[in-house]
Design a binder for this molecule. Structure first.
Ligand code: AQP
Length: 333
């Protein structure tokens, strides 16, 4: 059976973008394939994190996984730093990946901005660690949002170069799985920027912990344009904010955007926004209620993550050992 790996960084609270673009799709893949979902805490620290907040955010991502329907009996759920093999394979991949490849990563350019000399070395090397996360399990399918496509493609390049350099076919080819109507959920205040955990203003994102009033208020204040909704998605081509809201509606309701636009053709925002807010509350509040319940018992979350780490190590350790053997690194058995 094909193996699925993906992860989320605990660099803040989960957003609806993480839910629709990642977690909801993780749940959809559970059962058909072997699924491994990680809370990638070592990626989070590529940017400074307050230690207490990092621990809390790690549990919150885990709570989001569980509350959304990931089942520890069906999926391996754990946090990255608990399985040391990630860091170990990450180092080997630092030595396989080329500086020129990293220089082409658009996420690094976006995050570093004009400050590239001052960011951490980890932020720069991040995609090599991500390649290790995936290939440590010989995972072939990686469900991600559109923003991570380039990194998954780099994973394939790193695996290929390793195979080439060491004359082996040890690492399989990995493909990004990017599908559904919400592969890139945009920011509610600027339809050209994606919704992010660490975006400047809280009004630009829906947090998975927002209550009904906050959700309604954020959609009400979401930037739009004065025009009514057209009757096809084609009509939203140059209206990024409007398009985003229709796509969010579709993703929340498991419908196609075409279907949603057909229903709301000719409607104004005074009609569409409250309907969207009601739908979002109906779909997200059971998850946020369950997340809050889980967060009341951090020891239980820690226990689930610890069990997941044991299962993850069972797969990762032999693959790391074989990698060491291929490279010629001596490692006591
Ligand atoms: N806006 C989004 N729309 C669709 N998918 C998204 N993802 C993130 N934002 C959106 C997907 O969620 C998964 C986890 O992402 P991540 O936490 O590893 O990193 P990120 O993409 O950098 O997420 P954020 O929220 O923007 O975090 P910060 O602000 O800390 O950098 C990935 O599959 C991602 O595609």
């Amino acid at each position: 059976t094909p193996r699925v790996f993906s992860g989320i960084k605990p660099s803040g609270g989960l957003t609806m973008g993480n839910y629709l673009g990642a977690i909801k799709r993780f749940v959809g893949m559970q059962g058909d394939m072997q699924t491994i979902y990680c809370v990638v805490d070592m990626h989070a620290i590529t940017v400074w994190q307050d230690p207490a907040e990092l621990a809390k955010a790690t549990r919150e991502v885990a709570a989001g996984y569980l509350a959304s329907g990931l089942d520890p009996a069906q999926s391996i759920l754990f946090n990255q730093s608990a399985v040391a093999a990630h860091a170990e394979l990450g180092w080997i991949f630092n030595c396989v990946a080329r500086v020129g490849w990293m220089n082409r990563m658009t996420q690094f350019k976006d995050k570093a901005g004009a400050n590239a000399e001052k960011v951490s070395l980890g932020l720069y090397a991040y995609p090599a660690l991500m390649a290790a996360d995936i290939l440590l399990y010989h995972a072939t399918h990686v469900p991600v949002g559109e923003d991570q496509k380039q990194h998954v493609e780099l994973t394939r390049d790193i695996g290929k170069k390793f195979n080439h350099d060491f004359k082996t076919d040890f690492f399989p080819e990995t493909i990004p799985v990017i599908d559904g109507p919400a592969t890139r959920v945009m920011n509610l205040r600027d339809g050209t920027k994606k919704m992010s955990k660490s975006g400047e203003s809280d009004m630009e994102r829906i947090n998975m912990t927002d209550d009904a009033d906050q959700i309604a208020k954020k959609f009400k204040k979401a930037r739009t344009d004065p025009d009514a909704l057209p009757d096809t998605m084609e009509g939203l081509k140059d209206r990024p904010e409007a398009k985003n809201l229709v796509e969010i509606y579709a993703a929340l309701d498991d419908r196609s955007p075409d279907d949603v636009i057909a229903e709301y053709a000719g409607a104004g925002w005074g009609k569409f926004k409250p309907a969207l807010a009601d739908l979002a509350v109906a779909k997200l509040s059971p998850i946020s209620t369950e997340m809050a319940r889980l967060m009341d018992d951090p020891a239980e979350i820690d226990r689930i993550l610890a069990n997941g780490a044991v299962k993850a190590r069972e797969i990762a350790e032999p693959i790391l050992q074989q990698t060491y053997d291929i490279v010629g690194l001596l490692r006591p058995a």
